[in-house]
Design a protein around this ligand. Sequence first.
Ligand SMILES: Nc1ncnc2c1ncn2[C@@H]1O[C@H](COP(=O)(O)OP(=O)(O)OP(=O)(O)O)[C@@H](O)[C@H]1O
Ligand SMILES: [Mg+2]
Length: 617
Amino acid sequence: MTLLVDGDARSLVANELDRSLFVEAGAGTGKTTALVGRIVRLVATGRVREASGLVAITFTEAAAAELRDRIREALEAAAAGDLPRSERQRCATAVRRIDDASITTLHGFAQRILAEYPLEAGLPPGFEVEEGIAAELADEARWAQLRDSLLSDPDLEADLEVGLALGLTLHQLHDVTRLLHDRWDRLRGPSPTLAAPAPLDPTVPLAEVEAAVAIALGRTDIDPDDKLMRAVAGEAARWATGLREAVETGDHQGVARLLAAAPLTGWKGGSARVWGDDDKARVRAHMEAGISAAVAMVATARRAVLERLLPRLVADTLAAADARRRVGRLHFHDLLVLARDLLWADDPTVRRMLAARIDVVLVDEFQDTDPLQIEVVAALAGVDTTVLPARWEEVRLAPGRVVVVGDPKQSIYGFRGADITLWAKARDVFDPVDIVSLTQNFRTVPRILDWVNATFADLLAGRDDVQPGYVALGAHRQHIGPDLPVVVVGGPADGVRAPEVRALEASELSRVVAAMKAGALPVDDPGAPGGTRAVRFDDVAVLVPSRTPIGALERALDAADIPYRIESRSLVWATDAVRELLAVLRAVEDPADAVAVVAALRSPGFGCSDDDLASWR
Ligand SMILES: Nc1ncnc2c1ncn2[C@@H]1O[C@H](COP(=O)(O)OP(=O)(O)OP(=O)(O)O)[C@@H](O)[C@H]1O
Ligand SMILES: [Mg+2]
């Protein structure tokens, strides 16, 4: 047996059951295995008194199901192994009572806590969780009500009219309400009252553009078809006339609409030979000053309108969350917020009852935790659960009660508030001697790890607050078979069209797979005599970043008679075809949604080029 280079760290995780640990380690270093091993020891030694005292958390339903299986199998093996009789018995009992343990996602754990103490959480017993379509329908209904109430509110009428004239769409407002809904816990607290936005005063842009127009109109010697002449004496002049009229008639919406539609381009070129250096520069300077003033004004005004609307959106979001709690129809995020509120309540009753029953909390994939989730764990992790500190960062961990393992490089939930500064803060809660790192990789052969180490040391340079530095992984597995290097297929291909590149890549790939099979490349297989066997097609995985290359790949694999199976069919919703179709539908439904209209026009359905779009705009 090979000695593990990080063996000390591993034995700490397995055996030091009275220490709370923070385990930081790269991919395939056996983090989950180590966690499962520790759980077996915790159960066998009786530190986990009943299965219900075990809380093991991970971040997706799929990972939780796998973790449940791994824990059950490991406990079964321990119950049938050569441990002392009392330890085997404890493991066997835990297997029978495994459903009492919380081996689940944090949302699942939160739901369990709320189901145990509904009244204390302000919920009706038997509350339900609305997911998927039901939650979406509830959101649609709420939005329809809010939209109608905004549109019929005389206080907001003027702001909304200006906002819509400035290009704000109801779709965008709906998107804002969704964002608020997903983070409603952060909206609590006093909301600022904001003054009505100042009316738009287009004096400066108007004067500047009119000055440019006057210079152009004075140059009767220039061909009216000259490009700069058309842009200034034509388009800009019409814009300025319209804007002046709107100002004089007090048409605020017209002012807003025109400011948002200021001529952004067309006047930037112009021939010095035709215009003379002086006039060309003056026209350009006036246009530049006028248009940039208009653009800045529009940005400020859009912001002001949003800020005016925001308190209403926030109040509605909070009222909706409160209504969901009262009637007991919770959304996913509500579970975490309500569990956190319950656990951090001034009244310690529930917290103490839970802490008295729960012996350990272990968290896998800790890099994906967000602040709310950390608070749920931290409330149960301290030496003193009667009085909590002001912030989770100040919790003093009870010995052996918490183990978290994760790989900051594998964080996939950055958008949800999980980030590297949070990782560092959580690590600081642990005693430095309890921060453990595993570097020995069990999944991959040395040749590949060497390549990964060399490549990622450059790509993942550590930067505070942005990303962790790369930590080189050591290979535990031995190399077997011919010394196959990592092959990089493709490379810069100027002048070759993307579909051809894809076809080339696909045929090269199927050639490599066929060659591996024909050459009977040996692979590790603990079940095979001697521990190795010849490669089979089902040993090969092809990972693709999107569905785009899949068509070419299917054709190439079919041509080479290689059997295959395509996973993740659900990705179909993310395909270009579906995205484009949705953009077209969205544009048809709301032609004022400029983003959707441009996306639709660029799609193969309409096939507009960038030039077409520039001249259309
Ligand atoms: N101590 C060990 N000795 C031998 N093999 C191990 C050891 N620990 C883990 N392995 C094997 O290495 C592989 C990866 O293990 P595991 O899933 O625990 O890693 P991980 O660090 O949790 O991976 P990920 O980063 O994907 O979460 C598995 O096949 C596992 O059986
Ligand atoms: Mg793992």
